[in-house]
Design a protein around this ligand. Structure first.
Ligand code: JB2
Length: 216
């Protein structure tokens, strides 16, 4: 029996797209049609995949029967926007989940997710739409990673941590059990989050302290 791999288009052509292409190739379920970029250039490639044009091509691709997409843009707000646009055009968001990540059976995975090599997501956790669980990040039991969050490389979320929408945890952030981080907040690399953080805050340091409120 010949396995038919489904065509998928990737939005973005930077560092994040490079990692996503590698994961999608390893998943071996999709044929990557090409990347769409803000500045397509002429004949440029990323990780061996051609940049076929800009987002204006989306309706045409959809018309040609391509209905799977992955938004490979690290910026949480931009990713949210582009995912919504693509869905409005009738695209379905696929997941890019590395076979070298461990994801417990009871984890709830939504759409458009990236789970990178070496990541661990433990029992009872929920990873919402368009979230990124980056390289070697660890999400323990019963956590919620909100839509369009980015859990940076090497972060550690203990059990029952709640991240609102669009949270960005800088590389190596640690969050103790039961703590919540409000929507669109950001933590600095290596921060130790030991108490709840409100929405739209920038928290840094050990222990983590809010040093600034961010505008949305
Ligand atoms: O509206 C857009 C758009 N805006 C930016 N549509 C499309 N199709 N592409 C867009 N881009 C493209 O995203 C830029 O032209 C560029 O190719 C890419 C952003 O590349 P960059 O390497 O700056 O960031 P990234 O989003 O790929 O990766 C970031 O996030 C990752 C999670 C970096 O911080 C990485 O280091 C990080 N690992």
């Amino acid at each position: 029996m010949v396995l038919r791999r489904e065509p998928v288009v990737i939005i973005g052509a930077g560092g994040h797209a490079k990692v996503i292409i590698d994961i999608i190739k390893t998943q071996n379920s999709y044929d990557i049609v090409g990347c769409l970029d803000e500045a397509p250039g002429n004949g440029r490639e990323v990780a061996g995949v051609k940049i076929i044009g800009a987002d204006v091509m989306l309706p045409k691709l959809r018309k040609n029967g391509i209905d799977k997409i992955f938004v490979a843009i690290g910026d949480n707000k931009k990713r949210a926007e582009l995912a919504k646009q693509a869905q409005n055009l009738g695209f379905r968001l696929i997941n890019a989940i590395s076979p070298y990540a461990y994801i417990a059976d009871t984890v709830e995975l939504h759409d458009g997710l990236a789970v990178m090599p070496g990541a661990v997501v433990n029992a009872g956790s929920r990873i919402m739409d368009n979230a990124i669980v980056n390289t070697k990040a660890s999400v323990d039991h019963d956590c919620v990673v909100g839509s369009c969050c980015h859990v940076g490389p090497g972060c550690t979320l203990a059990g029952n941590v709640r991240l609102g929408e669009g949270v960005f945890l800088g590389a190596g952030t640690a969050v103790i059990p039961g703590v919540s981080v409000g929507s669109w907040s950001v933590t600095g690399a290596g921060a130790a989050i030991v108490a709840d953080i409100p929405a739209n805050a920038l928290a840094v340091g050990v222990p983590g302290k809010v040093i600034k409120m961010l505008s949305r």
